[in-house]
Each structure stands twice: as C-alpha cells, then as structure tokens.
Design a protein around this ligand. Structure first.
Ligand code: PGA
Length: 254
C-alpha cells in the first residue's frame, strides 16, 4: 500500500508572519493524520520558521526549488546542502512555472534531481503538457520524454525514492482540472514507464501525484483512482480550511 501524500505548493505567497498565522489556523482544523503524509513547501524565507513550528508534529516541510551545486558562485541560488542542514526533507523540481517562466531545462532538472538524491532530499518531480500539446494528443509522449530526460544517468538504486507529479499545465491555477479518469490514464502510463526503468514491483511502490486546480470538493474523486497517490496543491493550499478538507479526503471515514 502506498501512503497518500499531500503537498502544499505555496509558490511566492506568505511571508514568515503570514505562514505562521496560516499554521495556527490550520492546526485548529487538523492536528493528526492517519495513513497520509503532508508536506508544506513555503518560500525559502519561511522554511526555517515553519520547520521549527512543525517540529514534533506529523507535518513536514519541503522547498520549491534548489540549485544542483552544494556551494559556489551562483548568486541568488540555494544549495541542496543548505536545505538538508535546515531539516528540509522534500524538494519540488521542474514545476511548470520554473520551466516556463524561468527557462528551466530538462537538463537542469536532471542535474537537480541527481543533487537531491545525493543529499537524501526526496524529490517531487513535475511533468505535464501544455494546452496545445494536450489538444494535439501529445500528452503521453511528452510526459514520457520529460521523465526519461529527468532520469538520464541517475543511479538505479535511487529511483524508488523519486516522487512524481503529473501536472497538466492547462489545469494549473485555471480551475479547469483534468477529470479523475484522465489523470488516472496518464499516471497509469507513467507507472508503466517506471516499471520499465526499474521493475514492476518497484514501480508499484512509487508515488505519483496529481496537480492542477485540486480542491477539497474534488479530492475524493481523484483518490478513488487506483494509481493516484495524492496531490500537489497550489491555490487551495493557501486556505487552511480548504487544505485541511483535502487532507480529510484521504482519511478513513470515522
Ligand atoms: P493549483 O496549482 O492547485 O493552483 O492549480 C498547482 C501547482 O502549481 O502545483
């Protein structure tokens, strides 16, 4: 059984004060979780305060990006080593906003993935197609290619530690999410690909998330699909009640 994983991608939202205010409101909603992991990915500036506040709770923190080198002349960048020292356990890599707005390439994502695995930071690697590619029926090939490029040259023994997120770009922040069946079909094909790069039993243990306009109302429908192991949540993760609602959708009925 794969443990469900819910990841909050706050993007460039919430200062330290705002982040701590969110956590106070969130804790009034939910304190304990069962058979589920929850990771908050705030901006770098709020990571330390969040990490300290969440210590001793079941909730964890992750980064939204990082550089692939541990140190050096890379003005404005954050090293995987710094994240590890701070207790960060997860990192989102290759989010479509990084790819589209900041020109991040498959080659860079490949190097970042290698660096995360080297530091034992669990990578959450995002893949997904644009609206145009979706309409042209290129989804499966594109997602497959993005995965292949991310995995090039990686140490085989590290592959089971990678978490994948299928995020159709046309569904991000648009309110137009993929249907649970559409997401299942793509994620199932991703698992099939992973079974070729690893083996079928290993691919069965690997977690693949869906992301793109996930809401508390829609969460249950996605979770009924056999290959969807949780969510990468943007907009709805900024609202403590809505985010708690998404987490509750993973919990067994009382
Ligand atoms: P959204 O963002 O939930 O606001 O669509 C998801 C993401 O960008 O990871």
């Amino acid at each position: 059984m794969r443990t469900k994983l819910i990841v909050a991608n706050w993007k460039m939202n919430y200062s330290v004060t705002e982040a701590l205010k969110f956590l106070a409101a969130f804790h009034r909603e939910i304190n304990e979780i069962e058979n589920c992991e929850v990771v908050f990915c705030p901006p770098f500036t709020a990571l330390y305060a969040m990490e300290e506040t969440l210590e001793g709770t079941p909730f964890k923190v992750g980064a939204q990006n990082m550089h692939w080198e541990d140190s050096g002349a890379f003005t404005g960048e954050i090293s995987p080593f710094f994240l590890k020292e701070m207790g960060v356990q997860y990192v989102i890599l290759g989010h479509s906003e990084r790819r589209q707005l900041f020109g991040e390439t498959d080659g860079e994502i490949n190097k970042k993935l290698m660096a995360a695995l080297h530091q034992n930071i669990i990578p959450i690697v995002c893949v997904g197609e644009t609206d145009k590619e979706h309409k042209e029926g290129k989804t499966f090939d594109l997602v497959n290619l993005q995965m292949k490029k991310a995995l090039e040259g990686q140490n085989k023994t590290d592959l089971p530690n990678i978490i994948w997120a299928y995020e159709p770009i046309w569904a991000i922040g648009t309110g137009k999410n993929a249907t649970p069946e559409q997401a299942q079909e793509v994620i199932q094909s991703m698992r099939k690909e992973l079974s070729k790069t690893t083996n079928a039993p290993t691919a069965e243990t690997m977690r693949i998330l869906y992301g793109g306009s996930v809401s508390d109302e829609k969460a249950k429908g996605f979770l009924k699909q056999p290959d969807i192991d949780g969510f990468l949540v943007g907009g709805a993760s900024l609202n403590p009640q809505k985010f708690a609602g998404i987490i509750r959708a993973t919990q067994r009925p009382q």
